[in-house]
Design a protein around this ligand. Structure first.
Ligand code: ZN
Length: 279
């Protein structure tokens, strides 16, 4: 399994530092944080970025993320389409296969059927923009109660309904737990549709109280990581895992140290999988 560093884990470091920290810590892949990308490109070219990645032997795996793509008003949605065009064009140029897209909040009075219709419409349209650049979109459900798509089951239903090769899923262990996704729902997904696996842990709080800031290094909290990893292995998913932790306490620390600790913790948790799946 290839291991990625997600730029959110080292939020206060810039893109060049993320690339170097990932390289020094021994990662294979980087999920590029979009605001850091834009800051980098103010003073550098895409060719500089490709060179930096190459020199550090880091492959770009995704750009994170286009936020709240669904339930936008007309003007906002036009901007979402422009952002999709901008980020997938950059991704295509640097050989980065995915851009992450995140569903919007559930508007009052809307139900599940409305969510499916809206999400399928938007993903279909954005997917066509991404396809022009040879890039795929990875749809990331959020476990928080105000999100329109809170579970793996619903996200998978939407992605299947779109039915495009370049539209797939993100499974984030924090959102999987916070939104009450079931281990059984992992068995239902086509592993090829799972483009990205975000790993992290969380403090021991009630689901409703959990926020992104409560994320921890894998293995340091209460999320059922071992069970999720075994379920993924059982469906044949084995290509990548990305450490994504939005913890302000870690942001204050040295990015090289955080990257190293995050990778070590991930490897330790992945090894648990071998022990448990070995029976
Ligand atoms: Zn995530």
């Amino acid at each position: 399994m290839k291991i990625a560093l997600n730029g959110a884990t080292t939020m206060h470091a810039n893109l060049a530092t993320d690339i170097e920290a990932a390289s020094v810590a021994g990662y294979d892949l980087l999920e590029i944080w979009a605001p850091k990308l834009r800051a980098f490109l103010k003073a550098n070219t895409l060719q500089d970025l490709k060179q930096l990645l190459w020199d550090n032997r880091i492959e770009p795996y995704s750009i994170n993320s286009i936020e709240h793509v669904t339930f936008r008003n007309t003007d906002e949605y036009e901007r979402i389409k422009l952002e999709c065009s901008e980020l997938t064009s950059i991704a295509g140029e640097i050989g980065c296969p995915h851009v992450v897209v995140v569903p919007g909040k559930l508007p009052p009075g809307k139900g599940k059927d409305d969510v499916v219709v809206e999400s399928v419409r938007v993903l279909d349209e954005l997917g066509k923009i991404a396809a022009k650049n040879g890039v795929s979109l990875a749809f990331e459900f959020l476990g928080q109660t105000d999100c329109s798509v809170q579970t793996l089951e619903l996200a998978s239903e939407i992605v299947n309904a779109v039915g495009s090769e370049n539209i797939g899923l993100v499974l984030d262990t924090f959102h999987f737990y916070a939104g009450n996704s079931t281990l059984e729902s992992i068995q239902e997904i086509d592993p090829k549709k799972l483009f990205i696996f975000h790993i992290n842990d969380a403090e021991n709080l009630e689901r409703e109280q959990l926020t992104d800031a409560n994320r921890l290094y894998p293995g340091k909290g209460i999320l059922p990581l071992k069970e999720i990893i075994v379920a993924l292995k059982n469906i044949g998913y084995d290509w990548m895992v990305s450490v994504e932790i939005f913890r302000p306490e870690y942001w204050e620390m040295n990015a090289f140290e955080v990257a190293r600790k995050a990778r070590d913790a991930t490897i330790e948790v992945l090894n648990l999988k071998t022990g448990s799946a070995g029976q």
